[in-house]
Design a protein around this ligand. Sequence first.
Ligand code: GLU
Length: 386
Amino acid sequence: MDYVKLSQMLFPEVTDTPETLEERYPQRQLPEGAVVTRMAPSPTGFVHLGNLVQGLTSERMAHKSGGVLFLRVEDTDAKREVEGAAEGLIRTLATYGIHFDEGAILDGSGRISDQGAYGPYRQSERAEIYQTFAKQLVREGKAYPCFTTEEELDELSQINKKEELKNTDWQAEAEARRAEMLARRNFTIEEVEEHLQAGHPFVVRILADGAEDKKVKFTDLIKGNMEIPENDEDFVLLKSDGIPTYHFAHAIDDHFMRTTLVIRGEEWLSSLPIHIELFKALGFRLPKYGHNCSIQKIDGETRRKLSKRKDPEAAVRFFAEEGYMSESVIEYLMTIAASDFEDWRRANPDADTDSFKFSPKKLNPAGSLFDYAKLTDVSKNEIAKM
Ligand code: GLU
């Protein structure tokens, strides 16, 4: 297969190259050990308590090391976007002492604008950058177009679901999926040409080269050492409207924004095999990762994750509405986030929370429990101090 020709057919209008992008976004000149990290919210209008823990962790890691904290708006899903959500998040975090040095941040007039040399900081404005790399991966034979339509995919997953209900033969099912994937990889350049001429939309998929029964060693800054399976699925990089999936955008953005550390929720841990493969395919160095544990609560007999729908305390705004000062909330969150915070507080009763030395190794690796009574107690002490 002539991959160069294929890439040109799929992306005739893309003229940037990986080299021009490397030049446009040079390495940052920062002191040794300085951490560059970010928050990358999807602007859906809900600031979760987990966002605040992530923000606190990221802010401390960046600013204690003389590094940079920036904000990137992950607005590739226009359907879920809520107007003004990014502004709301920035303002909320600011009341908790979390300020950004760079990114899509508020300017003097209270509007979001790009500040910094690594933008644009809204993913919706970065389509060309993603397409440059989709083209590059196709050119190198590491990714390929797939013309299966959304409807066909929906149909397939319906069939799979029905099959799943009655079929517990997982092995047969896995084999069927594998066969389907291999069939997708099998196409000729003439077939692609026909599709393109007929105006059929396509997605771009990675050509996975891992095997699920093989493991990769990985060290998470918060969770410690682990072994995770390699990725063996041809996941989608670019959707048919040219918009990237989270995975693809994450790898490209964090590379070109020169991120050294990614702090994010543990719900992303299961996507790590995909990310490791992607960074390798792109020839990028993997950043360090720290996956924050989820915040949980006791609900009757069970312990479960705080839910956006069921628990008002899952929303950061709840605390201000209930009259808790931001200092109290931070003080409390530190006790659940960092296992050594309470000892430190006993030894330094009057010290500013900001002078606590924050170490990711001491971050709680398992789910932390949200304890309302304790928050109230911490809050009482904070008020008494005043
Ligand atoms: N947009 C993703 C989210 O809001 C970002 C995850 C990340 O920090 O990489 O969950």
